[in-house]
Structure formats: C-alpha cells, structure tokens
Design a protein around this ligand. Sequence first.
Ligand code: HEC
Length: 208
Amino acid sequence: MMIGRGDLAKAVSLSIALSCLLLTGCYRGRPSEDPPIHLNPNMDSQPKYKPQSEGDFFLDKSAMREPVSGAIARENAKDDSEYYFGKDNRGRFIAESPIPLTEQSLDRGRERFNIYCAVCHGRVGDGKGIVVEKGLLPPPSFHEQRIKEMAEGEIFNTITNGLRNMPSYRHQIPVEDRWMIIQYLRALQLSQNAGINDIPGEMRDSLR
Ligand code: HEC
C-alpha cells in the first residue's frame, strides 16, 4: 500500500495531538493511590523491623527486645550522687560543691547566674530582679543568714528541682554549670558583706 504525503502529515499531527493529551495526564501534584514509579530501586526497600513494631520471631510478637532488667543507658549512669544530686550516699545534702573553684569556673558561674537567676534574684542576689518589679512574689535575699548557712547541695537541689514558687532549671542548666553558679552565689554573699580587709592588700588603695 502506498502512503501519500498527506497521509503522513495526518499521522504526524494525530500522534502529536495524542501525546499532548496523554502528557496532560501527568502533571505534578495529581493525587494518586499508586506508589511512585521507582526506576532504579537499588536496595532502597529492604525488609526490616521498625522500632515498636510487631514481629513473628519472638514468642511475645514484639520485634524489639526489652533491656536486661536493671540496665541503665550509659548517659544516665549517675553513679556519683554528690555531683549529680548534691547528696552524700546517705541522702544528706553535701556542705560544699564537689567541683574545684577556679577563676574560669567562677567566671562561667557569673555569666550563667546573670542569664538564669538574676532576672528574679537580682544581679547581686538581693531578690530584687526585674521579674519581681513586674509582680513576682519576691524571692528571699541570698544575704539572709539562713541562705548563707545553707548547704551547697541544698542550693543545687533548689536549682535542679525548683522550690515552691521557683521553677526547676534542670533542663536549662547542665549539672556542671549549676555548681559553678553556686560558686558565684557564694562570691556574691561574700561581696555584699565584705570589709576592706577582705580585699587583697595591693588593691586596697584603689578602693579607699
Ligand atoms: C522565675 C524566677 C526565679 C528564677 C529565674 C530563679 N529563682 Fe530562685 N527563687 C525564686 C523564688 C520565687 C524563690 C522563693 C521560693 C519560695 O520559697 O516560694 C526562690 C528561692 C531560691 C533560693 C532559696 C531557697 C530556700 O530554701 O529558701 C535559692 C538558693 C535560689 N532560689 C537559687 C536560685 C538560683 C541559683 C537560680 C538560677 C539558677 C534561681 N534561683 C533562679 C525565683 C526564681
């Protein structure tokens, strides 16, 4: 059979029209129940168990195993009670911070105190922070005898767990920083009741 030029032109335009029709069916964003076409699946889909899913291998039908009873995740091994809880192994508050006092730790304590505590307790710890000006019931001054005599473990406990109107800061302030804040709190207590004899000799003249 001979195909004329006119027939060829017709066939071409027909196939263009058809493919236009077909292609309009593929526009993006069309919702579909079918899985997407995945030309090169490689090893993308592998049989596996997801956490908390069911499985047939173990008798209890759970794909996951329970940790051995009494197991503690490594990052939760808080075996040093003084450091992590401010208490000795009989549960009493320790009198003094378990970390060494250095210039750096005191600096960091001051920085953290001014970020986290000063808003309520005031920069010098007198309990007159800006939140108190806005209406919070005033916290006690750190220069009260009771708090000057308070065990450092108890202050640590207050920062960790909060106390009555004071919220807990366990999530905002890591353990090490809590102890450094306490060092600075002690420095504040000294500073507010210091006499000229507490100043190193060579600095006295500049203050007189
Ligand atoms: C949102 C305000 C607020 C912030 C921030 C805050 N405190 Fe307090 N704090 C209080 C209040 C209020 C009290 C008094 C609690 C009470 O007796 O009801 C208090 C009490 C205390 C006491 C005395 C506890 C006692 O036995 O009387 C200590 C010590 C203390 N805070 C330390 C800190 C330290 C350290 C920080 C910073 C890490 C801090 N607080 C941050 C509000 C605050």
